[in-house]
Ligand binder design. Structure first.
Ligand code: ADP
Ligand code: MG
Length: 619
């Protein structure tokens, strides 16, 4: 640093406006994507129906945003470039903000660090005007032919602040960030058509995004589909909940559609895209039971609240908000998502069934036009039901035991349930067990198709839910081991386990110290049956050693229970009887979240008849 030594006093001076603007610009326009965001926000605030964004060099050499909004009158052009000049608030009530902009900082900030041209033709005016501003120096307005609307062109961003240039990433990364910013705004304004072009190469621009204006009764959903794809929409649950004047709507994907990073989380407060810690945390908490660490939920959530109860004026970029009652907002998000996920507990991502189907299909033939949606809920066509009924009979002869076929696949057949009972079961979502494959999968026939269940994953989920219910009700019942099991854990892990002894007792696991570095397991959760106490304890010790969970003690205990559940579960490779299999199916139907295992993988895959028929080219 070459700052003067602190003891040398220098006079205080007022910075000139250009310096003030460059300092302010640092906060508003951090990188090309933030300038793009501000300019698109301005277009939307102007009521644009069409917005075009052109970028070159990742936005560094050129950003041009054109709209067909209400425009700016000639005599206001210069004012638009002045700091703290805005048409969107009179400054009286900074909480009552209903536009994206209100701080009057974006245009002057961008103008301070680029060569900016503002061209506009106001509604009702018979010509357009252009004004240029180079690194803060304003030119004179000149006439420019154009239809109604505004174009802001910013060239050579940050040429006036070379230090900032050094912090930019590759053109590709900057372009991606800009595109992401536009997509978020596009979700907030579905009725506006938006396109983004990369014009780095002279000549034709390359379209990166092309969204038509959505019309119809659910424009938001249509826009989300256009942006996030049909697979997201098909795996998504509709969220609609209200609490104490806060309203949450949007789409949240099933855990089976989770992603490796938080790239598919889109959060909005009063229509404004935000990156709010509280909301992200609530989203994580809602899925905590269903997603493995490292997986991230996918969702687009819109929180609407009286503007008086949320402050968006926290940061110049306006992507942070402060809620007056953060607890209510968090509670609403967690409970609404949990309720929707519980209700959909039986539904694996429909994409799973389609992916399975795609794997079966001869190469080159895309599974286009596949019937999607929660196929179990689809009412089949009349023809399909009739065929399904025909396929239902005859019931297999009671032939317990196993037949080895030519390929060496051992398959268990299920003893036939009573016909009447079978009829009833066939109407249930998971149907009647028809057999076990590889002692790992249960094959069940439903009214509308077939279901393949991963018996271990499913059972693990059920045991976990049972354990949680027991803990929350009366505490997990314990069962004493005939002979306590002594486990050498090492000093550190042993101390960790013994520190948690009280809590573990509530979870059904009783441990005591047993000499240096060793722990005695005396009792285990009765629900788990006869378990290997040592393996159980080692797993629990591992879980505890991971340190406190980010989401707090509750989540950590859930994680411990989840580990325990794994030990009490029907392992893959165990033969199950017909009644056992059917009992498992029935319990899955009755248990929330049973469509996913504790790690967010599906516990079953369903193929409906129309999918199977397509597979064989029958349709
Ligand atoms: P803010 O959006 O916070 O008001 P800006 O610096 O982004 O501040 O813009 C300043 C003013 O310029 C706006 O209040 C608006 O009146 C006008 N303006 C900017 N962009 C547009 C546009 N695309 N169409 C119409 N008016 C615009
Ligand atoms: Mg603005």
């Amino acid at each position: 640093m070459n700052a003067p030594a602190p003891h040398i006093s220098r006079p205080i001076r007022r910075l000139d406006e250009s310096a003030q603007n460059r300092i302010a610009a640092g906060e508003v326009v951090e990188r090309p994507a933030s300038a793009v965001k501000e300019l698109v926000e301005n277009a939307l605030d102007a009521g644009a129906r069409r917005v075009r964004v052109e970028l070159a060099g990742g936005g560094r050499t050129l950003i041009r945003v054109s709209d067909d909004g209400h425009g700016i009158a000639r005599e206001q052009l210069a004012l638009a470039l002045e700091r703290h000049a805005t048409s969107k608030t009179d400054g009286e009530d900074l909480l009552d903000i209903r536009s994206f902009g209100f701080r009057g900082e974006a245009l002057p900030s961008i103008a301070a660090v680029s060569r900016l041209t503002l061209t506009s033709r106001a509604a009702g005016a018979d010509e357009g005007w252009a004004l240029t501003c180079d690194a803060g120096r304003l030119g004179a307005p000149r006439p420019a032919a154009r239809p109604r609307g505004t174009t802001v062109e910013a060239r050579d961003l940050f040429h006036a602040t070379p230090a900032r240039l050094k912090f930019l990433r590759t053109d590709r990364a900057e372009l991606q960030a800009a595109l992401d910013a536009v997509k978020r705004l596009a979700m907030a304004a579905p009725e506006t058509g938006i396109e983004v072009l990369d014009v780095s190469d002279p000549g034709e621009g390359r379209a990166l995004l092309r969204l038509r204006p959505e019309a119809g009764d659910d424009t938001r959903r249509a826009r989300l589909r256009a942006l996030l794809g049909k697979a997201f929409e098909d795996s998504a649950l509709e969220i609609a909940a209200e609490r104490e004047g806060l309203r949450l709507t949007g789409l949240a994907a099933l855990p089976t559609y989770s992603r490796g990073a938080a790239v598919a989380q889109f959060l909005f407060v009063n229509g404004r895209p935000v990156r709010d810690k509280l909301m992200v945390g609530a989203l994580r908490a809602a899925y905590s039971d269903l997603l493995h660490a490292g997986r991230h939920a996918a969702a687009a959530l819109f929180l609407d609240v009286d503007p008086q109860r949320v402050d968006v004026n926290v940061h110049p970029a306006k992507t942070e908000v402060r809620f007056r009652e953060p607890g209510v907002a968090r509670g609403l998000i967690v409970s609404a998502l949990k309720a929707a996920l519980a209700e959909a507990g039986h539904r694996g991502a429909t994409t799973v069934g389609d992916a399975a189907l795609a794997a079966f299909r001869p190469e080159g033939e895309a599974p286009a036009g596949l019937r999607q949606g929660w196929s179990g809920m689809d009412r089949p066509s009349l023809g399909a039901s009739a065929r399904a009924a025909a396929w239902q009979a005859p019931a297999p002869t009671p032939a317990p035991g196993f037949a080895e076929d030519a390929a060496g696949f051992a398959s268990a057949r299920v003893e036939a349930p009573e016909p009447e009972q079978e009829e009833r079961q066939a109407d249930l979502p998971l149907g009647v067990a028809r057999g076990q494959l590889h002692e790992t999968y249960i094959l069940a026939q439903t009214r509308t198709g077939m279901v393949l269940v991963d018996q271990h994953a499913a059972h693990e989920r059920l045991v976990y839910e049972r354990l949680k219910r027991a803990r929350d009700a009366t505490g997990v019942a314990r069962q004493a081991l005939l002979i306590p099991q002594i486990v050498e854990l090492g000093a550190e892990d042993a101390a960790g386990v013994l520190d948690a002894a009280e809590t573990l007792r509530d979870l059904g696991l009783v441990v005591e110290p047993f000499g240096p570095g060793a722990v005695a397991v005396r009792e285990t959760p009765a629900l788990l049956g006869d378990v290997d106490g040592e393996a159980l304890l080692r797993d629990v010790a591992d879980e505890l050693a991971d340190g406190p969970a980010p989401a707090g003690l509750g989540a950590r205990l859930d994680a411990v229970l989840s580990r325990m559940a794994c030990h009490g579960s029907v392992r893959a490779g165990r033969r199950m009887t017909g009644p056992e299999m059917n009992a498992l199916l029935r319990e899955m139907e009755a248990t929330p979240f049973s469509g996913q295992c504790n790690h967010g993988r599906p516990t079953y895959v369903e193929l409906n008849l129309s999918q199977i028929e397509r597979l064989f080219g029958r349709r």
